[in-house]
Design a protein around this ligand. Sequence first.
Ligand SMILES: CC(C)(COP(=O)(O)OP(=O)(O)OC[C@H]1O[C@@H](n2cnc3c(N)ncnc32)[C@H](O)[C@@H]1OP(=O)(O)O)[C@@H](O)C(=O)NCCC(=O)NCCS
Length: 184
Amino acid sequence: MESNFIKLREFQEQDWQEVHRYASNPVVSQYQPWGPNTEEETKAFIADCLTDQETFPRKRCVFAITSQEKVIGAGEFQINDFTNEEGEIGFVVHPDYWGKGIASETAKKLLQFGFCEFQMHRIFATCDPRNLASARVLKKAGMKQEGLLRENIKLKSGWRDSLIFSMLKKEWEASEDFKKQQGF
Ligand SMILES: CC(C)(COP(=O)(O)OP(=O)(O)OC[C@H]1O[C@@H](n2cnc3c(N)ncnc32)[C@H](O)[C@@H]1OP(=O)(O)O)[C@@H](O)C(=O)NCCC(=O)NCCS
């Protein structure tokens, strides 16, 4: 998956050091149940990604976001429910690259991936209501806010609510991004 600015590719074992540069930063994980990572935790994350690559049927795809061959973040698509064709996306970007549209572009690529490669019916994403940048990214990617899950995530600082956003396949197919991809 390529664009003018970023490329998404599968993780490799040696990526852990570049991942660790952002995953060890407390600002990056302030709204997340993980982090700030120790080196061992970042290596375990990469090991899980490599295991996922060998799992059939594939349930989880975590992509390195790269710019000029450098890993600057990660984007994840996973199937949560095969029967109801439901997937979930998530993303993280190194703070040095925030505000350049990278997460928005990644979210759109992940939606395209989930609907086109995995034929999902519905893809959702959640974020902490305080995480205004993430909520903005999900809206910019064309997802609709459905509601608020109450205290569904346990952070080190206590229970956290989650905003929930989703897109349906028919909405994806009606989107400008889909039309661009189809060459309309
Ligand atoms: C959330 C995150 C992925 C955004 O990455 P990014 O590459 O900077 O995102 P983009 O540049 O594509 O878009 C960010 C949007 O949020 C807006 N934004 C940023 N901070 C904001 C704030 N405090 N209040 C309101 N909007 C904000 C930006 O202006 C931009 O919107 P715009 O294009 O309309 O101006 C990044 O901050 C991050 O990695 N955070 C830590 C991990 C995380 O929270 N991941 C999401 C898990 S749900």
